[in-house]
Design a protein around this ligand. Structure first.
Ligand SMILES: CC(C)[C@H](C(=O)O)[C@@H](O)C(=O)O
Ligand code: SF4
Length: 467
C-alpha cells in the first residue's frame, strides 16, 4: 500500500463514482443550510424533487439573525422574510432547524461542532465558504455554490475534483498572547491570499497539536482566505474529548467503534505532499491587517507599507488600499486610532475567544464602543455563567445575541461609512462590514486591547501589566 495522506483516506471513504474527466461523486454525511439556501430549495421545488436525506440536513438561522431585539420589532420585513423562508423550507422537508427560538441557535460553523454534528471522517458541505472550519475535526469540509446545494439536497452527493494536497507545519511553540488567528493571518500574509489556491491544506506540527479545538477551528476557518479549498487537522485526543457528550455525537458502543475508526484518520509518516510549508511558531507575533485583503497583514510592531518602496504592480494596489483605509504609508501600525470594535463571527466567537478577550478587558474600560456577539446561544449562556458578559458590559461594550452580525452586516449590524473597526472576523474586503467601513482583522485578545487603548496596540504589553 502506498503511504496515504489524511485527504486520500477521507476522499476514498466518500467516493461513490469517478468520471472519466477525473471528477468524483462524493457522498455527503452532513449538509448544513442557512438562509442563503432559498435559491436551491426553489430549484428543487421547480423540478418536483424532494430532499433525499432530511435527517442528514440541518438548517440554521445565522446570516440574518437579529442580535438585539429578537421579537417582532427586531428586524425589517426583508430580513424577517429571509428567516421565515428558511424555517418554512425546513419544515416542509422535515429538516431540523435551529431557528431564533431554538436555544442552540448560532452561526452554522459554530453550532455544527457544538452540537456534535461535525465529526471526524465526515464529509460536510454548506453553501458557505467558511465551511472549511469543520475540517478542524479531521472532516472533509468545503463550501459549495447554490446549484450544488440543490444537487446535495436532492441526491445527498456532490461532484468535486480532488484538489492537490498541501501541508503547513507549525513547529515549535507559540509565544504568550499569540494564538490561532495570528498563525492563520501569518501564513496568509506570507504566502498570499492566493497562496494555497486549489489545495487541500492539512495543518500539522507541534503548535497545531497544542491548539484547542477552538483554535484549530479558527485556523481551518481562514484556510479559504489563503485560497485553500479545504483546511484540516488530523483528529487526536483533543478532538475526541471535545466531541464526547455533545448532543448529536455517538455514545456508548457506537462511540467506541467510532473512536477506533477515527484513530485511523491520519497522514502516514512517509506520505508526500504536492507542497509543504514549515513555519516556526515562535516567530509569530500578534498580527493585524492594514489593507483590504486578509493577506495585507503584518505584526503589530511593524509599519504601514510604503507604496514608493514597492514594485509597480503591488504599489498601485497598496496605495489604493491605504486610500480606502485612510492610512498613511510608513507610519507605525500601533497607535492607529479605531472608532469601534467587534468580537464575533465563525472565526472567533467561541467560548475560548470570549475568555481571551475578557482576560484583557477585566477591570478595564473600553475607550471606544463595540459589540460582542457570541457564536451561539449556548456559548452565550456559558459565557454568562462564567461572568464574561459582565466584564464586557462593565468595560462599556454591547453584549448581544448570536449570529453573523457585523461580520457581514446582513442583519443590519453595520460599521458606518469611514469608521475604523478592530474586528475578530475573517474578511476585510471593501465594504464588508458596511459601505465605506474600514476593517482591521486581528485576534480577540488584540481587539480587546484595541478597545481599551482606543487604537491598535500590542496586547502583550497589556498582558504584561497584568502579570
Ligand atoms: C453569505 C455567505 C454565502 C457568505 C459565504 O459564502 O461565505 C458569507 O458567509 C461570507 O462570509 O461571506
Ligand atoms: S460569521 Fe461571517 S464569515 Fe462566518 S458564515 Fe457568517 S458571514 Fe460568513
Amino acid at each position: 500500500m502506498p503511504p496515504l495522506r489524511l485527504l486520500d483516506r477521507l476522499w476514498e471513504a466518500h467516493e461513490v463514482h469517478r468520471r472519466d474527466d477525473g471528477a468524483s461523486l462524493l457522498w455527503v454525511d452532513r449538509h448544513l443550510v442557512h438562509e442563503g439556501s432559498h435559491h436551491a430549495f426553489r430549484k428543487i421545488a421547480e423540478r418536483g424533487l424532494s430532499v433525499a436525506e432530511p435527517g442528514l440536513t440541518t438548517a440554521v438561522v445565522d446570516h440574518y439573525a437579529p442580535t438585539r431585539d429578537r421579537g417582532d420589532g427586531g428586524a425589517s420585513d426583508d430580513i424577517r422574510a429571509m428567516i421565515q423562508r428558511l424555517e418554512v423550507n425546513a419544515k416542509e422537508h422535515g429538516i431540523r432547524c435551529f431557528d431564533l427560538r431554538n436555544p442552540g441557535q448560532g452561526i452554522v460553523h459554530v453550532i455544527g461542532p457544538e452540537q456534535g454534528l461535525t465529526l471526524p471522517g465526515c464529509l460536510i458541505v454548506c453553501g458557505d465558504s467558511h465551511t472549511s472550519t469543520h475540517g478542524a475535526f479531521g472532516a472533509l469540509a468545503f463550501g459549495i455554490g447554490a446549484t450544488e446545494v440543490a444537487h446535495v439536497l436532492s441526491t445527498q452527493t456532490v461532484w468535486q475534483v480532488k484538489p492537490k494536497a498541501m501541508r503547513i507545519r507549525f513547529e515549535g511553540e507559540l509565544a504568550p498572547g499569540v494564538g490561532a488567528k495570528d498563525m492563520a493571518l501569518g501564513w496568509i500574509a506570507r504566502l498570499g491570499a492566493d497562496g494555497a489556491r486549489g489545495h487541500a491544506i492539512e495543518y500539522a506540527g507541534a503548535a497545531v497539536r497544542n491548539l484547542s479545538m477552538e483554535g484549530r477551528m479558527t485556523l481551518c476557518n481562514l484556510s479559504i482566505e489563503g485560497g485553500g479549498r479545504f483546511g484540516m487537522v488530523a483528529p487526536d485526543q483533543v478532538t475526541f474529548d471535545y466531541i464526547k457528550g455533545r448532543r448529536y455525537a455517538p455514545e456508548g458502543a457506537e462511540l467506541e467503534r467510532a473512536l477506533a475508526d477515527w484513530a485511523e484518520l491520519r497522514t502516514d509518516e512517509d506520505a508526500e505532499f504536492d507542497r509543504e510549508e514549515v513555519i516556526d511558531a515562535a516567530d509569530i507575533a500578534p498580527v493585524v491587517t492594514w489593507g483590504t485583503s486578509p493577506e495585507d497583514a503584518l505584526p503589530i510592531f511593524d509599519s504601514i507599507p510604503d507604496p514608493s518602496r514597492l514594485p509597480e504592480g503591488r504599489a498601485a494596489k497598496v496605495a489604493s488600499a491605504l486610500d480606502y483605509m485612510g492610512l498613511t504609508a510608513g507610519r507605525p501600525l500601533a497607535g492607529t486610532k479605531v472608532d469601534q470594535v467587534f468580537i464575533g463571527s465563525c472565526t472567533n466567537s467561541r467560548i475560548e475567544d470570549l475568555r481571551a478577550a475578557a482576560q484583557v478587558l477585566a477591570g478595564r474600560k473600553a475607550k471606544v464602543p463595540g459589540t460582542v456577539s457570541p457564536g451561539s446561544m449556548i456559548v452565550k449562556a456559558q459565557a454568562e455563567a462564567e461572568g464574561l458578559d459582565r466584564i464586557f458590559t462593565e468595560a462599556g461594550l454591547d453584549w448581544v445575541g448570536a449570529g453573523c452580525s457585523m461580520c457581514v452586516g446582513m442583519n443590519g449590524d453595520l460599521v458606518p461609512p469611514g469608521k475604523r473597526c478592530a474586528s475578530t472576523t475573517n474578511r476585510n474586503f471593501r465594504g464588508r462590514q458596511g459601505p465605506g467601513a474600514r476593517t482591521h482583522l486581528m485576534s480577540p485578545a488584540m481587539v480587546a486591547a484595541a478597545a481599551v487603548a482606543g487604537e491598535l496596540t500590542d496586547v502583550r504589553d497589556m498582558l504584561k501589566e497584568r502579570a
